[in-house]
Design a protein. Structure first.
Length: 323
């Protein structure tokens, strides 16, 4: 299983976790625009996220904040994300310099990915019109009584990087991305996940992304962590968008020889500077053929933790990140 870890840097800035009120900070706080600020209220006694947020906006010059990460926002009992999103939207005018936002920088030791109860994040996308980088982590709903990570079609002139990390990405969100107007978007990465955790995206849902007409500035596309990775590879093999890409990732999923054959028999890939296929189920001859085609330095085809897999004995493939 691929480890999800807290980033040391975000948007090119070192990550700094804000101490709660009354906690020792180890010295003066850094300049507001020199770090990516990380907020977490879990494990800090009775500190609620609302209190921590007020401390943040009262203590740090938010007009200079360029990057913000939202870590665990609950105390002992897990709480949905919607109230946190409401705080972000309500105070958006206090962050004119914000260019990067990470929603739910949470690792498995804090909460399993499948239990991150996210919500429709459209309001925060609309509230921060100068945002250039957005990462959201969380899964789709596993029942009608649980919130789901969601997005409505939006138009955003500045967004350059969009990433959804999920063990089950809802098809409605994928379709909303494809229906959005993001003229500056250069990087798109989707962890599609599995049906057990709400990942019901099909190849048909990906058609607008693969058409090449939706995002004219796109240079990197990641369609990964999927249990239908062979089908996705077959669609990518003839997708118009590939011709304009500099890098492509079909990693973290169940890619096998069928998908690899589709890539090899499809359109040219030699223009790519990187083809990421790590965590796969391809046989060694297929990996060698891909490396011969593109060169060994441009294909990341390491098998990682599934290297023991034997197709003659076990056809039970799994994605890198689900629960």
């Amino acid at each position: 299983m691929t480890d999800i870890v807290h980033p040391d840097t975000f948007h090119g800035l070192p990550v700094h976790t804000l101490p709660g009120p009354g906690q020792a900070s180890g010295g003066a706080l850094p300049d507001a625009g020199s770090v990516a600020w990380r907020l977490e209220s879990a494990w800090q006694g009775e500190l609620t996220f609302g209190t921590l947020w007020q401390h943040f906006v009262d203590t740090v010059d938010t007009t200079q904040v360029r990057a913000l990460l939202i870590g665990p926002w609950w105390q002992e009992e897990y709480e949905p994300f919607a109230p946190v999103l409401d705080l972000l939207v309500a105070h958006a005018d206090r962050f004119p310099a914000l260019r990067a936002l990470f929603l739910a920088d949470v690792v498995s030791e804090e909460c399993e990915l499948s239990w991150l109860e996210m919500c429709d994040i459209t309001p925060v996308v609309e509230a921060f019109g100068e945002l250039e980088e957005l990462t959201a982590r969380g899964c789709g709903a596993q029942g009608d009584d649980r919130p789901s990570l969601g997005l409505r079609p939006v138009r955003h002139k500045s967004l350059r990087s969009l990433k959804f990390e999920s063990g089950g990405l809802p098809s409605g969100l994928v379709r909303a991305i494809g229906a959005s107007e993001l003229p500056a978007l250069e990087r798109l990465e989707l962890w599609l996940g599995v049906t057990e955790y709400g990942g019901d995206t099909t190849v048909a849902d990906l058609a607008p992304l693969l058409s090449g007409a939706t995002f004219p500035a796109l240079r990197h596309l990641g369609l990964q962590n999927s249990e239908i990775q062979d089908e996705i590879a077959a669609a990518v093999a003839s997708a118009p968008v590939v011709a304009r890409l500099e890098s492509l990732s079909l990693a973290m999923g169940t890619l096998g020889d069928e998908g690899a054959e589709a890539l090899l028999s499809g359109q040219p890939l030699t223009h790519l500077t990187s083809l990421d296929l790590h965590h796969h189920y391809m046989s060694d001859p297929l990996v060698d053929r891909l490396r011969k085609l593109l060169g060994p330095d441009r294909v990341n085809g390491e098998v990682d933790e599934v290297e023991y897999w034997d197709p003659e004995e076990d056809d039970d493939r799994y994605v890198a990140v689900s629960e």
